[in-house]
Design a protein around this ligand. Sequence first.
Ligand code: NAD
Ligand code: WQD
Length: 344
Amino acid sequence: MIAGTKILVTGGTGYIGSHTVVELINSGYQPVIVDNLSNSSLQVLKQIEGITGVNPEFFNFDLSDKQRIDNLRKIHPDIEGIIHFAAFKAVGESVEQPLKYYRNNIYPLVNLLDSFSEQKVNFVFSSSCTVYGEPDQLPVTESSPVKPAESPYGNTKQIAEDILRDTAKATHNLRVTALRYFNPVGAHASALIGELPIGVPQNLVPFITQSAIGKRGAITVFGNDYNTPDGSCIRDYIHVVDLAKAHIAALKNMENTAQGKTYDVYNVGTGNGNTVLEIIKAFESTTGVKLNYTIGARRSGDIEKIYGDVNKAEKELGWKAELGLPEMMSSAWAWENYIKQHPF
Ligand code: NAD
Ligand code: WQD
């Protein structure tokens, strides 16, 4: 087992969590994963071992159970950082079942903060650009207004940011970095880990790769009458490996800066906006695979255009996205092919 600084990674077998565990190991940290496998598989640990040679320590429990967190703290009294990924993330489902989202996205956070309140920890939180709603000005900066949430899911991210800011202010032990992710896509270059949507993918890139491999029918482009160059919506797509590296930069920044600043928030994107049709074209030109798509109606609740100003992360965290659309598309496609051959 490696013996670097111990970092508790909640949701560490999930999509972004697994890529971050790999980067933590690559950077000499010792991840300790907690996941209840509600949206991931135990096989991910083997895949991480395949990439890094390290089989990370894993605890299977639900973070709604504070006693289990307290017990974990007794086993590992020397945890110095927490990266909190564990949450539910399906926007549409959150509208149908708001309490499921408030319960799962808030209780575990409060439990973690409570349990670690006597201990010095650096905490990285998975927030989302969803907090900006439909922005008035682009690109959005960290000081752009946080708009009333369109969904209970989005609201849980706003509430969680508030909980973290208030708690960090009130205690000497806690330092927090909230990362507002834009649209994570792609997979690890090894193709051993990637996104594993359950059922029909709601997100664009998993739908594209599943359609391309024949698992789904034609892609529907949700609207081509928006006020954008080709009429389809604009997003800031970021490679998941770049995103994973932002967590390491956030931890190092908290480790290296003097006490004082206890809470900060950063946009994590590329700073570029691309339309849905541009993503479809990028997939086709990178992979050589033709996609079958039709133009459909707008999807209710969709934001017309958003992309981030990412200068703050570059200046203060020394982090910048390095991978472009070709790497995002080719890695997503390699992963879709891998998982077809090796389902888990
Ligand atoms: P994911 O579903 O792949 O990973 C989340 C992991 O948390 C899963 O493995 C799940 O089993 C686990 N989990 C959920 N509730 C738990 C609980 N109560 N106890 C223990 N484990 C639990 O999701 P992801 O895409 O990797 O997202 C990670 C985080 O990033 C989430 O907080 C999500 O809201 C946030 N985020 C994701 C996106 C995106 O588009 N993927 C964008 C912005 C923010
Ligand atoms: C991207 C674009 C769709 C599917 C969601 C959450 C947000 C955040 C990221 C967590 C949009 C279009 C999609 C399809 C399409 N998650 N699209 N056909 O909407 O930016 O955000 O995930 O915090 O909170 O809301 O991502 O991948 O669903 O859509 O045309 O079959 O692709 O309309 O313009 P989105 P997405």
